[in-house]
Design a protein around this ligand. Structure first.
Ligand SMILES: Nc1ncnc2c1ncn2[C@@H]1O[C@H](COP(=O)(O)OP(=O)(O)OP(=O)(O)O)[C@@H](O)[C@H]1O
Ligand code: SF4
Ligand SMILES: [Mg+2]
Length: 401
């Protein structure tokens, strides 16, 4: 491995990781952020959740102008997320495209600087999410990316790719033991340690994802944030990679945040599931609570779209058609963000609406005032043991499982 070879992950994600290590501008940026947590001097608490985030925000500025760029707004990709992750637990994160899952993932592993909120690792706040705080976060939490074809630098050997994190964190493994450490990692993910000098194109998609997992494990993290780790793989290979992740979790006591579009995959692997809509978590609960007793209309709509292979069970399923696209995170709707697409809000409104209102009001305004005016908090409400963010939450078992 040569020290010149940096940037083993070819995508923009990798760039942000490396830049924030090397670029002093990133430090200035971080120093200016309000994302300040508590108690830097405190010891970590092994009984505390391995990761906790409170009101986490990642807002991207929208800049216009050619010479003098002016900020005209912000894309609120992650906008006040509260989550916690216990040791050895898998938290699934689901939601439609554009709802902020990848941005949340990158912020959790320190590849994006939060613009607000707090991150705690084993009860200890990451004080000022600046260079050293982000570096510490990256030691604890590492990311597995979606696309094994583009996320590995084709010009580097797998040995260089997997061992690259040691260049930034040289204290983890002494230089003379790094080759052996990389071979051990290849072995752990089910690859041949003798293939350390091969290049990514010499491996299949599933094997490349194993290389990505080995790299993520190099710093001996406690948390893996897996962003759609099997979506780009053949169905036959998906199961093997999921099994590997489960084995690694048992062996090393890892905690996972597992992001996926496929709710069946999430159900298989997750202990708890968080449902995201437009930068916020709208419901979070155990796998059984979310799949069998979903409270939020958005969760119910997502579940209603899960493919059911058994034709008899498919007929039993409630069909909820989710109309329209996710609104722009630069300009989310007032009150409840889901109100522009919410079937439940329309049902509740219709119960008391006058004939004139039914005729004259546009569909988008056919919602109760409270949905338009008051943002629902994520909290435990009547009818369930788990938190949801809906003024009219009610259980509905759409899958009839
Ligand atoms: N660097 C960036 N600058 C500006 N906007 C961004 C940036 N990264 C993401 N966004 C915006 O933030 C929002 C959330 O994007 P994100 O990629 O996190 O969604 P996602 O849930 O992962 O979607 P998908 O399921 O398609 O992967 C989108 O509107 C996206 O356009
Ligand atoms: S608060 Fe209103 S708009 Fe939001 S999910 Fe509940 S019923 Fe729908
Ligand atoms: Mg994504």
């Amino acid at each position: 491995m040569t020290e010149k070879n940096v940037g083993s992950q070819a995508g923009p994600d990798a760039k942000s990781a490396d830049v924030s290590e090397e670029d002093p501008k990133q430090d200035d940026l971080a120093a200016g952020t309000e994302a300040v947590a508590d108690s830097d001097g405190a010891e970590t608490d092994d009984n505390a959740p391995v990761l906790e985030v409170e009101n986490l925000e990642k807002h991207f500025p929208i800049r216009l102008g050619v010479v003098w760029k002016k900020t005209v707004g912000h894309v609120k990709a992650v906008d006040g997320v509260n989550l916690s992750l216990k040791k050895g637990e898998t938290l699934g994160v689901v939601g439609e495209s554009g709802c902020g899952k990848s941005t949340l993932a990158k912020t959790l592993v320190g590849l994006e600087q939060p613009t607000g909120g707090q991150i705690r690792v084993k009860g200890k706040g990451i004080t000022k999410l600046n260079r050293s705080g982000m570096k510490r976060l990256r030691r604890t939490a590492q990311m597995v990316f979606q696309d094994p074809y583009t996320s590995l630098n084709p010009r580097m050997t797998v040995g260089d790719i997997i061992g690259e994190p040691y260049l930034i964190h040289p204290d983890v493994v002494p230089r003379q033991r790094r080759r052996q450490a990389v071979q051990d990692l290849l072995d752990v993910v089910g690859l041949n340690p003798d293939h350390i000098n091969r290049y990514p194109h010499q491996f299949s998609g599933g094997q490349r994802q194993r290389i990505g997992i080995a790299r993520a494990l190099a710093l001996r993290p406690e948390i893996l944030v897996c962003d759609e780790p099997v979506s780009a793989l053949d169905v036959s290979i998906q199961g093997q990679v999921i099994n590997l992740l489960e084995e690694l979790q048992d062996e090393f006591g890892l905690s996972y945040i597992f992001i996926a579009h496929d709710l069946s995959v999430v159900r298989h692997i997750a202990d708890r599931v968080a449902v995201m809509y437009l930068g916020k978590v709208v419901e979070v609960g155990t796998e059984d609570e979310i799949y069998e007793k979903p409270m939020h209309p958005y969760t119910q709509a997502l579940l209603s779209a899960v493919p059911v292979p058994d034709p008899t069970k498919r007929e039993e399923r409630d069909e909820i058609v989710l109309e329209g696209d996710v609104p722009s995170p630069a300009n989310p709707p007032s009150g409840c963000r889901f109100r522009t697409r919410c079937f439940k809000a329309r049902q509740v409104w219709a119960e008391t609406a006058s004939d004139a209102d039914r005729k004259n009001l546009p569909l988008v305004d056919q919602v109760p005032d409270v949905c338009r005016e008051e943002e629902p908090e994520l909290q435990v409400r009547d009818g369930a043991q788990h938190p949801n963010a809906c003024h009219f939450a009610a259980p509905r078992n759409v899958l009839h499982v």
